[in-house]
Design a protein around this ligand. Structure first.
Ligand code: C2O
Ligand code: CU
Length: 496
């Protein structure tokens, strides 16, 4: 990276229509072999109840929700949604919605197998629920407004669940998501492994974009035009709630774990790291069987990536996370620009710690998968835009469950889009593998996901085993689409 970009501290103003054209390079990585030495057996990751509990690894970047429980296997926290303020631009206050006065909300972290109790309070004038995106918990605690009566103004609800597997997840409102998530109601969840791989440091970066008007307030929500067609994008990129470049220091020599979450309404992020050697080690559903090193990291709304970052370049002075956006240049042409969203100045040094990753086997079965086709479409109905899945607009909170499947039965869903350039398609309560794009086997999107980017003219096939019984929503994670109908629900019947 040239020093000009690395030293810039600009807040880049993106015109909304341009920002939606943001580049989407695919992950053209070459898989690399994992370090074969001393791999943990998957069994050793199982939770052992009488194991003395080491403190949870520190995750730098976000404040933590204070755990009030004396029981080491219980994490008990208070979470309150209310209006708040953020200073995205110096000396300018923007009115937002916040969890515990902060956006992103504080980090919820726990160890796999822990019971998590969240005393949630709604201090907003509008209904809300909290959804724990990616956690395969009971559907009763999922925050689905089809199951849980939304928490009214000044109401409360206690979420109580056991976190079943390690990984990087997030929480967000699931009512009026277009506005509530965009105004700030989201936060990160880290579920640590029973014996986490050791790193020199762990960091988390929650990415978003926000559209500020001339008064530095969150711009009006439009009900037509590109905001609906493509979803709402912002004119400021946010990293852990900071507009412009998020600055920190890292020691030379370290091997770090960086967790990245895309919480934006509609912006797929295309990222790269400069000044360090990286490998993708985990996705939505945890560690990969084999880490890989793509040139660009593509992360659609809802998705997570975990990186192993080696600060090993002797000549580097900074490690930067760049976000590639399309901008209009002064001469009127449109070009890709690399915005440094994270600038880590290399300071001091440490001896590298060599992480040892668990052996991961993705689920398999000899039972043939049932095939299902999903068509994402939409049109104008009564003067407004309506989006559909297989011709049905899943409006409201009481739409009947139409799909049923037996727990553990593999299904291949081929999802085809006829409308809008992109749909980050999300399935609650389950993980899946991305197996084909345009009928061709996918090799560069490994691991387990709960969200997949569906592009126009390219059907995507996913394979899921429906391991978690219950009623589960599936929808486009562009809230402008899901709240206008691109949402449905499937019932997974317990297998006796
Ligand atoms: Cu993160 Cu139903 O969503
Ligand atoms: Cu969509």
């Amino acid at each position: 990276m040239n020093s000009e970009v690395s030293k810039s501290r600009r807040v880049v103003w993106l015109t909304p229509w341009l920002s939606v054209l943001m580049a989407c390079s695919s992950m053209n990585g070459t898989p690399q072999d994992a370090d074969a030495g001393g791999l943990l057996d998957a069994q050793s990751l199982d939770v052992v109840d009488d194991l003395p509990q080491a403190p949870l690894p520190v995750v730098h970047g976000l404040s933590e929700l204070p755990d009030q429980s004396p029981d080491p296997r219980v994490v008990e926290v208070d979470l309150t949604a209310a209006s708040g303020e953020a200073m995205y631009v110096q000396d300018r206050w923007t009115r937002i919605l916040a969890y515990n006065n902060s956006s992103p909300g504080p980090l919820l972290h726990a160890r796999v197998g822990d019971r998590v109790i969240v005393h949630f309070r709604n201090n907003m004038p509008d209904d809300t629920t909290v959804h724990w995106h990616g956690l395969r918990i009971s559907d009763q605690m999922d925050g689905s407004p089809r199951i849980q009566a939304p928490v009214p103004a000044h109401g409360s609800f206690t979420y109580d669940f056991v976190v079943p597997e390690p990984g990087t997840f997030w929480y967000h409102s699931h009512v009026s998501s277009i506005e509530q998530i965009d105004r700030g109601l989201y936060g990160a969840i880290v579920v640590h492994e029973a014996s986490p791989p050791r790193f020199n440091a762990e960091r988390i970066f929650v990415l978003d974009d926000v559209r500020l008007d001339a008064n530095y307030q969150i711009g009006r929500f439009l009900t037509s035009g590109p905001d609906v067609g493509r979803g709402r994008t912002g004119n400021y990129l946010l990293t852990n709630g900071t507009a412009g470049t998020y600055a920190l220091t890292v020691p030379r020599g370290g091997v770090e774990r960086w967790r990245i979450i895309n919480t934006a309404n509609a912006r797929t992020m295309s990222l790269a790291v400069l000044g360090a050697n990286i490998r993708v080690i985990a996705t939505d559903g945890g560690f990969l069987p084999t880490p890989y090193a793509p040139d660009r990291l593509e992360i659609a709304p809802g998705q997570r990536l975990e990186l192993e970052v080696r600060v090993s370049d002797p000549d580097a002075e900074h490690v930067e996370l760049l976000s590639f956006v399309l901008v209009q240049r002064s001469d009127g042409t449109i070009g890709e620009e690399a915005i440094p969203i994270v600038d880590a100045t290399i300071e001091g040094s440490v001896d590298p710690v060599e992480p040892t990753y668990p052996t991961v086997r993705l689920p398999e079965t000899s039972v043939p998968a049932e095939e299902r086709q999903l068509l994402l479409s939409g049109g104008v109905v009564d003067g407004g835009v309506e989006f559909t899945i297989n011709g049905v607009a899943g409006h409201g909170h009481d739409h009947p469950v139409t799909e049923r499947v037996m727990q553990g039965m593999p299904q291949r869903w081929t999802i085809t889009s006829q409308v809008s350039p992109e749909h980050p398609f999300h399935l609650h309560g389950q993980f899946f593998q991305i197996v084909e794009r345009g009928g061709v086997p996918v090799t560069d999107e490994p691991g387990l996901r709960d969200t997949v980017l569906v592009r126009g003219n390219e059907p995507v096939t996913i394979l899921t085993y429906f391991e978690n019984p219950g009623r589960w929503m599936y929808h486009c994670h562009i809230s402008e689409h899901s709240e206008r109908g691109m949402m449905a629900e499937i019932q997974v019947t317990p297998n006796p």
